[in-house]
Design a protein around this ligand. Sequence first.
Ligand code: UN1
Length: 497
Amino acid sequence: MATKTWFNLIGGRWIPSKTGKTFPNINPARTDDVVGEFQASNAEDVDAAVSAAAEAWKTWRLVPAPKRAEILYRAGALLAERKEQYARDMTREMGKVLAETRGDVQEAIDTAFYMAGEGRRLFGQTTPSELQNKFAMSVRMPVGVCGMIAPWNFPMAIPSWKLLPALVCGNTCVIKPAHETPLSTLNLVQALVDAGLPPGVVNVVTGSGSQVGMPLVEHPLVRAISFTGSSEVGRLVGQTAAAHYKPCSLEMGGKNAMIVLEDANLDLALDGALWGAFGTTGQRCTATSRIIVHRSIAQEFTARLAARAEALKIGDGLDESVQMGPQINRQQIETSTHYCKIAREEGAQILTGGHPLSHGALANGHFFAPTVVAGVTSGMRIAQEEVFGPVVSVLKCADFDEAIEIANNIPYGLSTAIYTRDVNRAFRAIRDLEAGITYVNAPTIGAEVHLPFGGVKQTGNGHREGGIGAIDFYTTWKSVYVDFSDKLQRAQIDTGE
Ligand code: UN1
């Protein structure tokens, strides 16, 4: 079968890049399977897309928000109809198992319905004026053209977190999907187009970070930037946006801790650890990558975790019986391998895994064995740096206070979890864990779309996706004063004294 070629969406037309070049999208479970050819775009394509978005903004911003929302409702319904196909496409381009890619599409459906609901809210405030016969209020205004750069690990959910709130607020968008997973973003945008989104309101430009991402961040007509990805690239994006005084939302790394206290339900904690560490092959910024276990139960917990990790069925995520798919590419396999080597050199013990898998049906894919590292202490690099693979470290703690101290002793602050049946300690953990998200008796993954998503410290720069945080980012406040006194009234001066 001939490989299908996919195009950029610019001004409502699916068109090739000005470069005339494409790049292949490769299935990470079987690298001889090419999902499609995608446009290898450059700054010229970005410029065309931004111009189309700027033109479309003139009318889109005037469409009443509840009407904009109707398009989101229809898009949500279309995504629900197409869920199975889009999930299969996603497993093929990204690798995670079908149950998870169905969840990823579901997250976009949830976002569509939630953000459509916001179309009838977008509340501002009315407030008394300090002067007589004067009315004061604040209203949310759209920002303008928004530039978005998405990661490959949630190829539909995360683009939906960016596009859908931006749209309901009256912005127009140019999105660069991750180089590894452009199809899922195109699928999401196809649903929006089929739902009646006017031309130019969303534009998609595929390609690399340097050729597409950076020109998008730098473009003078782009008013705000939303980026999800590595801390390394995020720093560059943030600095560039700052140089142009653009609001910029960065969502980056994590080194998420799960605390398991001595009174925890151990079976439950094990289920959580397995899902948190090896779901999405550990390639979530919320992945459980450190488990801090009370020393009295550490031996039993670690042995059982290693046994369960070893028993996971690894393979092509399109096979319903497979529990963990491949990593996204060769480079990620090298990173996982490298960190296992570092852990050994630091004196930690690899209880299971620690190496790529290439036997039998796994020969053509980027597979890595689920890995449990024991004997880890908080200062080790394996306990400090993000691996973004199926590698989890177990650390011991003497008590609750030490557990919190270890959990907080990292540069990141995205997600955290605590397993305990003691409500007092659970609430202290909620208060004391330095993170944007804390779970009690559940693993570090599983955020829902109507709550703020993001973190503290080097995880982000203070913005939130999801929930009302997204509406805050994609709108700007306008304060409005209406003076009906028919005379000049001077604030702070005509005080009536
Ligand atoms: C990510 O880890 O990059 O909470 C996003 C979760 C998902 C989203 C994760 N709903 O794990």
